[in-house]
Design a protein around this ligand. Structure first.
Ligand code: NAD
Length: 547
């Protein structure tokens, strides 16, 4: 035990794989901590709520660094539409370990062609299924090690290997091909069986589905991956198949791999029309069908609420909610900060922008993509901003409500300085971790009413999806006045405000709402010239103002 306890394990990237590894190793008796650039959402809390407490969160990746520390890189890759694997976040994470005294173990799925871009000592690809993740991590089916340095193996490898069904020791390239072979074999079998079933009958009735199954099961014996039903989805198989044939397609024959991928896509289209058997529950869960962030109960509630008869009754009963709202007290700003700190801890990536396709399951790549899209839409391609600031590299910006820096990153890339401000210290902490490499961003936690900066400090003040949460009109007035005070003469403010009926006052997302005319009046009273007031449907406007 004393030998074991000398080894400390740090998991880098605390998503599905990072958490499964941390929980498994902690249960196997090892000291485990983790570092992630955002606050994690707990993937296995249903089963392992207490076990999470044994895993220490690190504020800095090298906090427990020593020659006995082993870093497990569990950061995700992604495969965009062109099929070219993007490992930029994994490379970035491995670079943060450049000066580490400890050893580095790569667990992410990385193509053989990309391995030399990452610094690591051992490649240990992960084969688990999400639904059984922790159990499969404690007792792995495959234990595959690709050796990349002369550093002695960590002691916990032999323990892990002893629990596995099969083990392999070789080069990192071999380890990577084993990972891709395993996924490609599963995916190809699924695609083949489904394609065969689809040519037999249209699966539009239970009877037809049963007839398909009878034929397939007779020959294939209803084995795993060989049963007719839903196509493969989930986090791994689609992306790994796509990346595998794309990287080889110009030099090798990849007809079967590419075919399986395309066949599965065609079957997924069919799946949209018919309800197919779901024989292996890690693929396509109810949540994914319900859409972004939806649980089944939420989806049913939404359906109930949006039927026209219920809607019309709700309108007639509105006087009750109007009355309740008028007597319900305004939320104070300390409570507001508490709400946002809680949301930052619960799932910051989701709550800073609940609009991505993956909803609550949004990952770092998707978050960044959404930040770039909004940056381009609302700042880069804004004709007024382009006209007023010929060279943005001279422009000093205040970003009100920066959250975890979703858009701040792109403002900082294109402008001179960004002064990022948020009511939530927990959001700011994560923004600092995410955007650690930027030297031109300073962060401030605000009291929620003022901009704590000197007069005439900024050329540009920007705020998106933030003022919708201010508790009342007086706070908004104060922000307008401070925006005017801190802008230089001729400077621009672009502010996003809520119009129309907002959420109820007792909702945590409540915030002040006004008509377009009221918003313009407020801005003019603060001293601004209103350059533009545009709808951002359904319930918001953009005000572009000049001092
Ligand atoms: N999900 C699965 O079932 C499964 C199975 C086998 C293999 N894999 C592979 O494992 C890898 C990780 O997958 P996942 O599903 O756990 O991804 P994930 O997106 O759930 O988790 C990745 C985590 O890494 C964090 N991160 C990003 N940059 C970081 C940095 N510089 N420092 C610290 N943390 C950082 C992110 O914030 C995120 O929490 C992928 O390559 C995937 O293909 C996944």
């Amino acid at each position: 035990m004393s030998e074991i306890s000398k080894e400390t394990i740090v998991v880098l990237g605390y998503g599905w794989i990072g958490q499964a590894n941390a929980l498994a190793l902690s249960q196997m008796g090892y000291e485990v901590s983790y570092f992630d650039i955002v606050e994690p959402t707990y993937k296995y809390a249903d089963m392992y709520a207490n076990e999470y407490e044994n895993i220490t969160k690190l504020g800095n990746v090298l906090e427990v660094d020593s020659p006995h520390t082993w870093y497990l890189i569990c950061v995700g890759d992604r495969v965009p539409e062109n099929g070219i694997q993007d490992i930029s976040l994994i490379v970035r994470a491995s670079e943060t370990l450049r000066n580490a005294k400890g050893g580095v173990i790569l667990r992410s799925t990385v193509l053989p062609q990309n391995l030399d871009k990452i610094r690591f000592d051992y490649y240990l690809p992960e084969f688990l299924h999400e639904k059984k993740a922790v159990e499969e991590c404690i007792n792995p089916f495959y234990f595959v090690v690709g050796v990349n340095s002369s550093k002695n193996e960590p002691k916990f490898f032999s323990d892990w290997k002893g629990r596995s069904y099969k083990s392999f020791l070789g080069s990192p390239k071999q380890a990577s091909y084993i990972k891709y072979l395993s996924n490609a074999w599963n995916a190809t079998r699924i695609a083949f069986v489904n394609e065969f079933g689809d040519i037999m009958e249209e699966p539009n009735s239970e009877k037809n589905v049963r007839q398909i199954e009878e034929v397939l099961d007779f020959v294939l014996g209803r084995k795993n991956y060989l049963k007719y039903g839903k196509g493969y989805g989930g986090h791994c198989l689609p992306k790994d198949m796509h990346a595998l044939f794309t990287v080889h397609q110009n030099s090798k024959n990849v007809a079967i791999l590419k075919g399986a991928h395309l066949s599965n896509l065609a079957h997924l289209e069919l799946q949209k029309k018919y309800s197919l058997p779901e024989w292996y529950s890690i693929w396509v869960t109810d949540d994914a069908i319900a859409g972004a962030g939806g649980s089944r109960i939420k989806a049913l509630w939404f359906k109930f609420n949006s039927t026209p008869s219920i809607q019309s009754k709700r309108r007639r009963l509105r006087f009750i909610t109007n009355f309740l709202q008028s007597v319900f007290p305004d939320r104070n700003l300390r409570a507001e900060a508490k709400i946002w700190n809680k949301l930052a801890t619960k799932n910051a990536r989701y709550y800073v922008n609940p609009k991505t396709k993956s909803g609550e399951d949004v990952n770092e790549y998707e978050l960044r993509d959404s930040g770039l899209v909004d940056y381009e839409k609302f700042i880069k391609n804004d004709p007024i901003i382009n006209k007023v600031f010929a060279n943005t590299k001279n422009v000093v910006v205040a970003h009100i409500g920066c959250g975890i820096g979703r858009m701040t990153e792109f403002i900082a890339t294109n402008f001179k300085e960004v002064h990022a401000l948020d009511i939530s210290s927990k959001m700011i902490e994560q923004a600092q971790k995410r955007l650690g490499g930027f030297r031109n961003i300073t962060y401030t936690v605000t009291d929620g009413v003022s901009l704590p900066y000197k007069n005439e400090n900024f050329d540009f003040v920007f705020s998106y999806q933030v003022m919708q949460h201010l508790p009342n009109i007086n706070v908004l007035k104060k922000y307008m006045a401070d925006t005017f005070r801190t802008l230089k003469k001729g400077g621009i403010a672009k502010l996003h405000l809520r119009t129309g009926r907002g959420v109820y006052k007792w909702s945590k997302f409540y915030g002040v709402s006004m008509t377009k005319e009221e918003a313009i009046k407020l801005a003019e009273e603060a001293g601004f010239k209103v350059l533009a007031c545009e709808d951002d449907k359904p319930k918001n406007i953009w005000l572009t103002l000049q001092k």
